[in-house]
Design a protein around this ligand. Structure first.
Ligand SMILES: C[S@@+](CC[C@H](N)C(=O)[O-])C[C@H]1O[C@@H](n2cnc3c(N)ncnc32)[C@H](O)[C@@H]1O
Length: 272
């Protein structure tokens, strides 16, 4: 486990995934019945973008800092929460900030230091359960939730070569336990072959109602670089595709200059 999110917090991928995550949470919050969120790869929760770790890569300079400097109206909700929460909020912090009285969050984090940080932060919080365990196992152990409605957010580090394969298996297993839930899985775009194969496997899985929203920074000619990223969503809320497209376009537009191949896409992988 070499990956530490503190080096990457607030980069363009975080901005994209967190703006879309918030839109999914807001849609759950529109109905009064309580909901449950499982954050399978939670990280440390909050990140100091002035700390050595973040400064060493300076990824937030071309991510959240640029967005805050040039705020787009479509991103107002996300940027407002980031400013309100102070340190850069990772997924568990963002999720926790929008939970209502009877909503619940369960987070899994395997790295002992990040797990300890997260545990300290949520120690006295009755809405949050923190598990220092594998998020892949939790998909079996913590689903289905008693609330019967909710969101499973899967944001793996993609350190392992077979992470797309693990993600496909995890999504299928989890969906078989909680078929009405919303599932959102982040993935990197380095070269398109791996992404197309992931899409094809999900389209062939038998699961209905799957979309993928992608932000491309540039062509994938250099497969060593993070050329973009995507969010695959099962059971997207009503009108989510249009909303996600607008959010992804706003994130991309805030970055200003555009390289060949830059753009956003919304793909429907399986019909309702
Ligand atoms: C991309 S980061 C998560 C960032 C976080 N979701 C956010 O948006 O702020 C991936 C995290 O997964 C953790 N991790 C790696 N393998 C894991 C596993 N099998 N189960 C749970 N966490 C894992 C890593 O330590 C890392 O903190």
């Amino acid at each position: 486990m070499n990956y530490r999110h503190a080096y990457h917090a607030g980069n363009f991928a975080d901005c994209f995934k967190h703006a879309l995550l918030l839109a999914l949470l807001d849609s759950l919050g529109r109905k009064p019945a309580p909901y449950f969120v499982l954050d399978t790869h939670a990280g440390a929760g909050f990140y100091d973008l002035d700390a050595d770790t973040a400064q060493r890569t300076a990824e937030s300079e071309s991510g959240i800092k640029r967005l805050l400097h040039n705020p787009r109206p479509k991103l107002q909700r996300y940027l407002g929460l980031v400013e309100q929460l102070g340190l850069y909020p990772g997924s568990p912090a963002l999720i926790r900030s929008v939970l209502r009285e009877n909503d619940r969050l369960a987070c899994c984090e395997l790295h002992p230091d990040d797990a300890a940080t997260l545990r300290r932060r949520f120690r006295r919080d009755p809405h949050v359960d923190m598990h220092e365990r594998s998020g892949w196992e939790a998909l079996g152990a913590l689903l289905p939730p008693k609330e019967k409605r909710g969101l499973v957010f899967i944001d793996p580090p993609f350190e392992a070569r077979d992470e797309f394969h693990t993600l496909t298996g995890g999504l299928c297993r989890a969906h078989s336990r909680f078929s009405h839930g919303i599932f959102a899985a982040w993935y990197p775009i380095k070269q398109m072959a791996a992404v197309r194969s992931f899409h094809a496997n999900m389209a062939a899985s038998g699961i209905r109602d799957i979309v993928a929203i992608e932000l491309h920074l540039r062509d994938t000619t250099n497969a060593e670089r993070l050329n973009g990223c995507g969010l695959l969503v099962i059971n997207p809320p009503y009108q989510f595709e249009e909303q996600a497209r607008a959010l992804a376009n706003a994130v991309l537009a805030s970055f200003g200059e555009s390289e060949p191949g830059a753009g956003t896409t919304v793909l429907r992988l399986a019909d309702e």
